[in-house]
Design a protein around this ligand. Structure first.
Ligand code: GRF
Length: 204
């Protein structure tokens, strides 16, 4: 296999997106290697998933640090010490600071469970249901200083059914997340993403 992109995955929860990335690294369809998985939550099942696959799993509790800037400085230090080239936020439930973003310019990706710019922030699926939209979905985007505002890399559409609950809708959105997040990372790994202002352009 040729050169593989080194990625660092930040997680807070169950880590189903992490799992989809692990699976695609393992089956060879994603030319990347996960250098480390970091969680702010020691109970995150995502850490267990990483360990089971022999991936370095690190817990950095934000409560052990004096504020966001100090915490993020440590995150950057750990990611850089593992040679990380792309930071992947896969259900990382923290807002990151400008210092972190500057350390990885156009090299931090997030997945959001709505079609941005609709329904940014928390509980995107609930927001979609309450608004009454007929379609929603998920968005992979580069992270900038705003909340869910960075250049969009990839999106997938999911229909909203009349009898959907937050759980049923979330489950169908997650199926699409697990498909497009590794796909977006693959394009990055192949050097095929160019950020031009707000737009992400794919090259062949
Ligand atoms: C996903 O729904 C994602 O869109 C959001 O956080 C959730 C993470 O789920 N950013 P998991 O931990 O990958 O299962």
């Amino acid at each position: 296999m040729g050169k593989r992109l080194k990625i660092g995955v930040l997680v807070s929860g169950s880590g189903t997106n992490l799992q989809s990335i692990i699976d695609r690294c393992q089956d060879g369809s994603l030319p990347a290697v996960i250098s480390c998985v970091i969680s702010n939550n020691e109970k995150a099942y995502a850490l267990e998933r990483a360990r089971r696959h022999g991936i370095t799993a690190i817990c950095l509790k934000h409560t052990d640090f004096n504020g966001r800037t100090a915490y993020d400085a440590e995150l950057v230090k750990v990611l850089q010490s593992h040679g990380v080239e792309l930071v992947v936020l896969a259900g990382f439930m923290r807002i990151i600071t400008p210092g972190f973003i500057e350390a990885f310019p156009n090299a931090i990706m997030n997945i959001h469970p709505a079609l941005l710019p609709a329904f940014p922030g928390l509980h995107a699926q609930r927001q979609a249901l309450e608004y009454g939209v007929k379609v929603t979905g998920c968005t992979v985007h580069f992270v900038d200083a705003g909340t869910d505002t960075g250049p969009i890399v990839m999106q997938a559409i999911v229909s909203v059914e009349e009898n959907d609950s937050e759980d049923t809708l979330s489950a169908r959105i997650q199926m699409e997340e697990h498909r497009i997040f590794p796909e977006a990372i693959r394009l990055f790994a192949e050097g095929r993403l160019k950020v031009d202002g707000r737009k992400v352009v794919y090259s062949k």
